[in-house]
Ligand binder design. Structure first.
Ligand code: AMP
Length: 126
């Protein structure tokens, strides 16, 4: 089944400038902004500017330039926020929720960058 992108999702509206965002970094193909409901002292969302629903859609459909730009933007945001563990930061976690089991709320591909505190185990125990 092919992905169908809903251009009325909230991140599409942010990309069109229809609603505001707290931008951390903008590059040719990528936008990073602070999450509106942060779950850690550092909580940044990184989104591609292209119409991709979730991570596999992006990874398998975007151009190499878009993928490289996105990956580098994540690294840049980690440095801007001072969480990179190799240079004095205390570490971070990347999360990309997809679909129903991933409990993805916004159907525009995004990666959460979380840091600034001990984030605990990767998943809550059931
Ligand atoms: P997910 O469950 O992975 O789809 O996460 C969606 C994230 O988008 C949540 O962490 C929300 O707090 C965040 N969010 C929703 N609306 C906005 C907005 N207008 N600006 C910034 N973050 C938002």
């Amino acid at each position: 089944m092919a992905y169908e992108y809903d251009d009325q999702n909230i991140f599409a509206k942010i990309l069109r400038g229809e609603i505001p965002n707290d931008t951390v970094l903008e590059t040719e193909h990528t936008l990073a902004f602070n999450d509106i409901a942060p779950q850690a002292p550092v909580h940044v969302l990184v989104i591609p500017k292209g119409p991709y629903v979730c991570h596999d859609h992006f990874a398998l459909s975007a151009s190499e330039a878009q993928i490289a730009d996105f990956t580098q933007a994540i690294g840049q945001v980690c440095r801007l926020k001072g969480v990179q563990p190799g240079e004095g930061g205390n570490g971070f976690r990347l999360i990309s929720n997809a679909g129903a089991d991933g409990v993805q709320e916004v159907p525009h591909m995004h990666v959460h960058i979380l840091g600034g505190r001990d984030l605990g185990r990767m998943l809550a125990q059931e």
